[in-house]
Design a protein around this ligand. Sequence first.
Ligand SMILES: C[S@@+](CC[C@H](N)C(=O)[O-])C[C@H]1O[C@@H](n2cnc3c(N)ncnc32)[C@H](O)[C@@H]1O
Length: 221
Amino acid sequence: MQQRWSAMDAYIEAHLLPEDPTLQQAFQNTEAHGLPGHLAVAPNQGMLLQMLIQMNRCKRVLELGTFTAYSTLWLARALPQDGYILTIEARDIHAVRAQENIDQAGLPQTIELKVGRATEILKSLPPGFEPFDFIFIDADKQSYPEYLELCLNFSHSGTVIVLDNVIRAGDILNAENHKPSIEGIRTMYRLMQNHPRLLSSTALQTVGSKGHDGFAIAIVK
Ligand SMILES: C[S@@+](CC[C@H](N)C(=O)[O-])C[C@H]1O[C@@H](n2cnc3c(N)ncnc32)[C@H](O)[C@@H]1O
């Protein structure tokens, strides 16, 4: 099935996603430096993130897990020119390429890359830090419950939160699987269930070039 899913993604891309030299350059730069391009969102997923931002007329975005800034560029391009993104990446070798890709893209929006562990950076933001309109969580999966709670401190009513890779080919259902990443996602589901600060939440399974996975989406009350 993987071959069919990838071919279908290629078909969608050819029809609906115009070639973009900035994004292609970022992706090529990632692979040229021996970094695993498959960690980045697929183009049709990047477009979905972009559309969620456009739908909600967001101006301020937070991203946890920059990798080499491929998704960051999708997020940034959805914003008005005075838009702002704070993106956080723990690994220096990823952050170096991310900054290079951000600089090369030369977008008018402000993209601030902070290097360090996402929990520590979020905890170090000053009280009263202006909340975000859209939050994309795509860093280590074991920390998703903590990320969700911390992100709520930087949200307002209507903030949209998207968490990537919450299906893991159905491994969430495998009771024998106690990997920290899987346990982290299970705890995230329990936390989202009837969370007093969330208006609504769901998760969507996807298949495509990234296999069988999916997103969770929540709106802050
Ligand atoms: C799946 S990749 C992100 C892909 C990126 N969002 C994209 O679509 O192009 C996950 C990234 O999170 C980073 N990461 C892992 N643990 C982290 C942490 N504690 N804080 C911040 N970033 C972390 C990894 O180094 C990796 O670059």
